[in-house]
Ligand binder design. Structure first.
Ligand SMILES: Cc1cc2nc3c(=O)[nH]c(=O)nc-3n(C[C@H](O)[C@H](O)[C@H](O)COP(=O)(O)OP(=O)(O)OC[C@H]3O[C@@H](n4cnc5c(N)ncnc54)[C@H](O)[C@@H]3O)c2cc1C
Length: 600
């Protein structure tokens, strides 16, 4: 089946919905394609909140937020992106409020704010309340609010459609190919502009906070076209996942006063980060926990966890402000945070790297910054690069709404000026071949087994602590897993809801993401942000203050070619920038076009 729209959005998480909403406000026809029902997207799991310098509890300024973001990113953050972000996120939060998002409130009725790791006042002097939250269901509320707004603006939704390919010819994107889960049919979507917002890929690791569906599909599809993935070596481990399960324990729990303790009951973060203690940036807390475990001060049957202690907090804080996680620990661990210590361990959480984009969301095709016409990306799957080498908590939700909006606005502007590009004759040929190969392989291998091995080896060899020999071993393991993947056979012949087929396709995407990550991590011989190398212990600004760009090496399968892109600085250096375009409320309101054209 063939469809035509002005703007297509792939993904219906916070980034996709914000992009779709703004594209629709630009009076173009918009469709959003999602492999999940929109409100089931992973954004809905975000508990902690969205950081914005509203200053509702204490004095705060966007400059302080920008500073924290750049410092948290260990100076790999592009500073133009950080400036736009810190300014725009304030107004974007008010915009969500005005759309009806039920934020928690202060006594005076303002949006409530709480502390979060790495967010400080006055350039690092002390922690500041910056995270705006709706209890511990902030992401859920964002999805519900944005979905309603999209319905109102007339965005068309194609739910449970799995995108398998992007159509790019002569440097221009003209649409996507998708597999419809309920019928097994292949659909082609022809569009003037496409926005990719398909989320992260945490499922390549064994212990992860990420939903089952976060398999890096669109990153892999981009990479398979010979296009680069930026800063893939930077992957954040959240310090606190429920032990063994990886389910996230929000950082809000420490923002509200929760304390990490080792087996001796010691508040060990006092030793590693004397000022910020339990609220130090995530990479520091994760590494501190691992060091405690390695040095024999862990808890639990395998001594591979530490405890989070909430027992000194008032019951109503635990029951009300942290209700979600209280429920989860009662349900999954049989522990009650009101009186019990809860064992946690670091869990794979967030991809700083991904599809490289400009601050306007345009996809970058090479080291020199060439663009693919008509193609945009936003959200966790994109790399603007706002988060540099490590993201601060609450900055992802902000990223979704600020850069989702910019992509939506720019895609609509673009779509209004161009005609539909021609599509190749049979755009779905490669997607059909992908499925046929999986149905016709000899079947000597099993996808679930390969996935398990991938997740375990990535956790051990490219996890929190990294070193050359282990990562070289992982390169070989990935080559072997990829060779075995060729023999995976999907035995379920059904046309309808063939989840075996989907899982096998997703495994192929995960193998690509793992390959780009491992090679990028092996290549970067320094420690910076979340990338911690035991064999290169310090940050090396002379050689490594640059973004890496990983390209699939078609001439040598299983290899990756690495290029580089400069970091953008505010005051000096090659990447210097001067003026910035942020969208103030007045400008956003002016974003009105002539009446909507008919939907195809
Ligand atoms: C448990 C948890 C808690 C978090 N808490 C916070 C927090 O408090 N604050 C914060 O700032 N950040 C938080 N984060 C991070 C943040 O929530 C995510 O980075 C962010 O929500 C990602 O949003 P997204 O729109 O990019 O993607 P997602 O919300 O993951 O959505 C991805 C979308 O892409 C679609 N998709 C994927 N592949 C395909 C395909 N092949 N075809 C069609 N559709 C596809 C999916 O259907 C889905 O709609 C948290 C993350 C987790 C996992």
């Amino acid at each position: 089946m063939h469809h035509r729209y002005d703007v297509l959005v792939v993904g219906a998480g916070g980034a996709g919905l914000m992009a779709a909403l703004y594209a629709a406000k630009g009076n173009v026809s918009v469709a959003c394609i999602s492999k999940l029902y929109p409100t089931r997207s992973h954004t809905g799991a975000a508990q902690g909140g969205v950081g914005a310098a509203l200053g509702n509890i204490q004095e705060d300024h966007w400059e302080w937020h920008m500073y924290d973001t750049i410092k948290g990113g260990d100076y790999l953050t592009d500073q133009d992106a950080a400036e736009i972000f810190a300014k725009d996120v304030i107004e974007a939060v008010y915009e969500l409020e005005h759309m009806g998002l039920p934020f928690s409130r202060t006594e005076e009725g303002k949006i409530a704010q709480r502390k979060f790791g790495g967010h400080t006042r006055d350039f690092g002097k002390a922690a500041v309340e910056r995270s705006c939250y709706a209890k511990d269901r902030t992401g859920h509320m964002i999805l519900q609010t944005l979905y309603q707004q999209n319905v109102k603006e007339g965005t068309m939704f194609f739910n449970e459609f799995h995108v398998l390919d992007l159509i790019i010819e002569n440097g221009r994107c003209s649409g996507v190919v998708a597999y419809e889960l309920s019928t097994g049919e292949i659909h082609t979507f022809h569009a003037k502009a496409v926005i990719l917002a398909a989320g992260g890929y945490g499922r390549i690791f064994k212990i992860t906070s990420n939903a089952l569906t976060l398999t890096g599909d669109l990153m892999s599809i981009y990479y398979r076209k010979g296009l680069p993935l930026e800063d893939m070596e930077f992957y954040q481990f959240h310090p606190t996942g429920l032990t063994k399960l990886g389910i996230l324990v929000t950082e809000g729990i420490r923002g509200e006063g929760g304390i990490l303790r080792n087996k001796d009951g010691e508040r060990f973060m006092e030793r590693y980060a004397p000022t910020l203690k339990d609220l130090a940036p995530r990479d520091i807390v994760s590494r501190s926990i691992y060091t405690e475990i390695r040095e024999g001060r862990g808890v639990g049957p395998d001594k591979d966890a530490v405890n989070i202690d909430l027992t000194h907090l008032p019951r109503d804080v635990i029951e009300n402000k942290l209700s979600e996680i209280t429920d989860l620990s009662r349900t999954y661990l049989g522990l009650d945070p009101v009186k019990d210590l809860v064992p946690i361990q670091p869990t794979a959480h967030y991809a700083m790297g991904g599809i490289p984009t400009t601050i306007d969301g345009e996809c970058i095709a090479d080291d020199s910054g060439s663009l693919i016409e008509g193609l945009y990306a936003a959200g966790e799957q994109a790399c603007v690069s706002l988060h540099g080498a490590n993201r601060l908590g609450t900055n992802s939700l902000g990223d979704l709404i600020v850069f989702g909006r910019r992509s939506g606005i720019n895609a609509a502007k673009y779509a209004r000026h161009v005609e539909l590009a021609e599509m190749p004759e049979n755009p779905e040929v490669e997607s059909r071949a992908l499925i046929e190969n999986l149905k016709n392989a000899d079947g000597s291998e099993n996808a679930a087994r390969i996935r398990k091995e991938l997740q375990e080896t990535m956790m051990n060899n490219v996890g929190i602590f990294r070193n050359g020999p282990d990562m070289e071993k992982q390169v070989e393991i990935l080559r072997e897993l990829r060779a075995r993947y060729q023999h995976v056979n999907v035995q379920d012949p059904s046309q309808r809801f063939n989840s075996e087929l989907i899982e096998a396709l997703e495994l192929g995407f995960m193998l690509d993401c793992a390959e780009a990550m491992t090679h990028s991590a092996l290549n970067r011989t320094e420690s910076r942000g979340a990338h911690d190398r035991e064999d290169f212990h310090t940050r090396d600004d002379v050689n490594w203050l640059k973004h890496s760009m990983a390209y699939k090496d078609f001439a040598r399968p299983g290899n990756v070619r690495i290029g580089y892109k400069p970091v953008v600085f505010k005051d000096s250096g090659d990447g210097e920038y001067e003026s910035l375009t942020t969208y103030t409320p007045a400008e956003a309101a002016e974003f009105k076009f002539p009446p909507k054209p008919r939907t195809f």
